[in-house]
Design a protein around this ligand. Sequence first.
Ligand code: IMP
Ligand code: MG
Length: 184
Amino acid sequence: MDLYQPEVVNINGETFRVYLTHEEIQQRIKQMGTQLSQEFKDKKPIFIGVLNGAYIFLADLMRYVTIPCEVDFLKLSSYGDEKVSSGEVHDLKEIDADIKGRHVILVEDIIDTGLSMKYLVDKVKRKEPASLSVVTMLHKPEATQHNVQIDYTGFKIPNLFVLGYGLDFAQEGRNLAQIYLLDE
Ligand code: IMP
Ligand code: MG
């Protein structure tokens, strides 16, 4: 079977069209993995993925990383089933690893308003890592209101709702191999 990558997809009565193809995504992630491998050489970084959305991006990114590294996850409350942020962040799962003195790389699917990442950076810094870097697959610069640290960005995108490659709409669509834009 091929990867799940239709041109158009309908979820909950909304139509989404391909915006970034599988090849474009993989090519960019390969570049990011290569860059991280160089910059974190001899640092044995620990990647912390933000569940649920970042799981596919992180899985692909780590396979382009060619230095010793570790992985752990945390989980924050999400949008619920809406397309706009609730404006509140809650912890649903904590980091299990001891990250004090470690080189931490936080991995997000998307930075929208920046609220979640700002919350995460403050939270992780309190655990006294040796360094903290932020990687996001997507960034919506026009939507970002919070002054947030972003060290590596896969793609800057317009302020529109996107789906696929880990990102959901009402929990569906994460299994799409490409990134889709809402047809408004
Ligand atoms: P922020 O706190 O407003 O930056 O939102 C971050 C979180 O909202 C991300 O981790 C995603 O889970 C979710 N999110 C933001 N924009 C989108 C989108 O366009 N599609 C799907 N999820 C999104
Ligand atoms: Mg997320």
